[in-house]
Write a protein that binds this ligand. Structure first.
Ligand code: SF4
Ligand code: SF4
Length: 372
């Protein structure tokens, strides 16, 4: 496979506003060659867990949405509900979090749609060509209803996948059941201390997996299919995903979910390497960036894009006082002796996800970097 083109511009903005640079970057990368005329265009992004200030400012989303509108499209911002218990676990709280973080029609020029509906159960089962783990992927319906799919990604570290880049952003299009499939080996657990015995879980389980002999919910793992419905319906958050999938397999499943949503539709990807915190924007706080801000990248190839961003991060000096700096100094070194993300998250290997994505035909890790 020939190398893919990845376009790049840095954050120097003495002569030109950053939003204008982002616009120029997308145009240089070829977005105007896509047909947006009257097309519903999903801009998949992370709206930020409240408390975390590392997520991308809404202004960047506005630049993307305005360009889509200029090209005749109908943009909307979208993410799916979380599997973990936080402030984005159902559509109402998720929208409140989005507004609190500044993503409103006034700031971005378009609406936010929570793609998998009120409780994370509005999904489409999509075949995954060439899948090793997920023959079908459970994708939030609004993602699949979009005619054109764009990703706008904040590149940062991630405790489970090494870094959270374009593939991770896209892979989280999974509904609650989809996220269960990626993050766990399939069966949730019940926290008896939180269970109030209301039996709502049993009323929503199509497989009769719950019993209540002790007055509290008990789950029969032999009957459970891991659909995740009970997690969505439990009013006390007593039912939780076990988060027990191997990290390497999680990265590969993320690639398979990405494949499901991008296959057969026009796609384009933008990633900003800034505020590179050690962990994901799902955390309720964001630690100091581990490197200086790098710049903005755009490509039609999500694999090449992630590889280019990872290489760019690893070429930076480590920011003083950051977690990475602390780890390196504890090791008695001047700089990391290896790859930055694995230095911070030693039991991860992000290359597994990219290699699997290459196998699935999502793109190539070979890229040509074109600076504008
Ligand atoms: S829905 Fe939650 S609180 Fe109610 S019985 Fe089931 S586990 Fe317990
Ligand atoms: S995950 Fe689905 S099948 Fe399993 S107990 Fe919950 S509702 Fe039932």
């Amino acid at each position: 496979m020939a190398a893919s083109k990845v376009y790049f511009t840095d954050f120097s903005a003495r002569k030109e506003p950053l939003q204008r640079k982002l616009y120029r970057l997308m145009v240089a990368a070829g977005i105007k060659n896509m047909d947006f005329e009257n097309k519903f265009t999903c801009i998949k992004l992370h709206l930020g867990e409240p408390g975390n200030l590392g997520y991308l400012r809404p202004n960047y989303a506005k630049t993307v949405a305005d360009l889509v509108k200029e090209l005749g499209g109908k943009p909307f911002l979208s993410d799916a509900n979380t599997l973990y218990v936080g402030r984005r676990k159902n559509a109402l709280e998720h929208l409140e979090a989005a507004y609190e973080n500044g993503f409103s029609p006034f700031s971005t020029g378009c609406h936010v749609i929570i793609a998998d509906g009120l409780k994370g159960t509005d999904e489409v089962e999509v075949p995954v060509a060439g899948a090793e783990y997920c023959p079908t992927a459970k994708i939030g319906r609004a993602f699949m209803d979009a005619d054109v799919f764009l990703s706008l990604t904040h590149f940062k570290g991630h405790q489970s996948t090494g870094f959270g880049g374009c593939l991770k952003n896209i892979g989280m299009v999974g509904s609650r059941a989809g996220k269960m499939e990626m993050h766990s080996r399939g069966i949730p657990s019940v926290n008896a201390k939180k269970c109030v015995g209301c039996r709502i879980c049993g009323q929503n389980c199509a497989h009769g997996a719950f019993s209540y002999d002790s007055g509290k919910a008990s789950l029969d793992e032999g009957k459970c299919t891991g659909c995740g419905r009970c997690i969505a319906h439990c009013p006390t958050d007593a039912i939780q995903c076990k988060w027990d999938e191997a990290r390497s397999v999680l990265s590969k499943k993320v690639a398979e979910y990405t494949k499901a949503v991008v296959d057969g539709r026009p796609c384009f990807h933008v990633t900003l390497v800034m505020d590179v915190s050690p962990t994901c924007d799902c955390d309720t706080c964001n630690d100091l960036p581990v490197i200086p801000d790098v710049g903005m990248f755009a490509s039609f190839d999500p694999v090449a894009l992630d590889q280019a961003c990872a290489d760019a991060v690893n070429a930076q000096t480590v920011a003083k006082g950051s977690l990475l700096d602390e780890i390196v100094r504890e090791q008695g070194l001047d700089k990391p002796k290896g790859e930055y993300f694995r230095t911070m998250h030693p039991d991860t290997r992000w290359e597994d996800g990219l290699e699997h994505a290459e196998k699935l035909g999502l793109g190539t890790r070979e890229y040509e970097l074109i600076e504008i």
